[in-house]
Write a protein that binds this ligand. Sequence first.
Ligand SMILES: Cc1cc2nc3c(=O)[nH]c(=O)nc-3n(C[C@H](O)[C@H](O)[C@H](O)COP(=O)(O)OP(=O)(O)OC[C@H]3O[C@@H](n4cnc5c(N)ncnc54)[C@H](O)[C@@H]3O)c2cc1C
Length: 183
Amino acid sequence: MSEKRDLIILGGGLAGMGLALQAKKQQPDLHISVIEKNAFPRPAAIAKVGESTVEIGSFYLSHQLGLEAHLDKSHLRKFGLRLFAGVPERDFAECDELGPSKTFGIPTYQLDRGVLENHLAAQLRAHQIELIDQADVGAVQVADEKSVAFATPAGARNLQSRWLVDTSGRAAILKKSRSASVQ
Ligand SMILES: Cc1cc2nc3c(=O)[nH]c(=O)nc-3n(C[C@H](O)[C@H](O)[C@H](O)COP(=O)(O)OP(=O)(O)OC[C@H]3O[C@@H](n4cnc5c(N)ncnc54)[C@H](O)[C@@H]3O)c2cc1C
């Protein structure tokens, strides 16, 4: 049986979960599913690049998604981009430093991606957004109505939606599905 959604998001990383939360805050009636390959909760330290925010990314997380309190409590504040000269073994406070000496009004953070993604997952569930983890999406069918079939530990599922967003990063599920359907 196919289940209808308003929006399906492929990949539950920072981009996918952030978009789901943003869309739901703007349109609370939307029925959204995020499909993620990995299991939640994620380990606090996950091997993902993208741990250092600049102001614009930090603004999105804190002001658009409302994560300011979480960022201040659970992540490390930093001054944009800071470069330290010298040997790594030395105390950073004693090294020559290149970087701004004042904050720009929007704080920036060094993120623990696992901690942040777990917090986002909790936010999604609190906002009645379906987060389906341990679900490895293969090909998707793209017509007027998009169709996504995948397996979960609880069994096979099929979702349909008019809107489909691929935030699977380098996996590029949609791009690969379209190339396969053209051949
Ligand atoms: C070397 C390097 C350094 C970087 N440093 C920074 C930095 O310091 N700061 C910064 O902001 N950005 C940095 N970036 C960019 C960084 O990649 C992004 O900021 C961020 O990780 C992108 O998040 P995302 O949600 O788009 O992708 P991801 O976090 O990769 O999320 C994609 C999700 O899709 C899921 N997925 C994949 N395949 C499937 C499938 N078949 N089915 C279901 N789910 C699937 C994955 O499990 C994953 O959770 C860096 C990038 C690189 C390459």
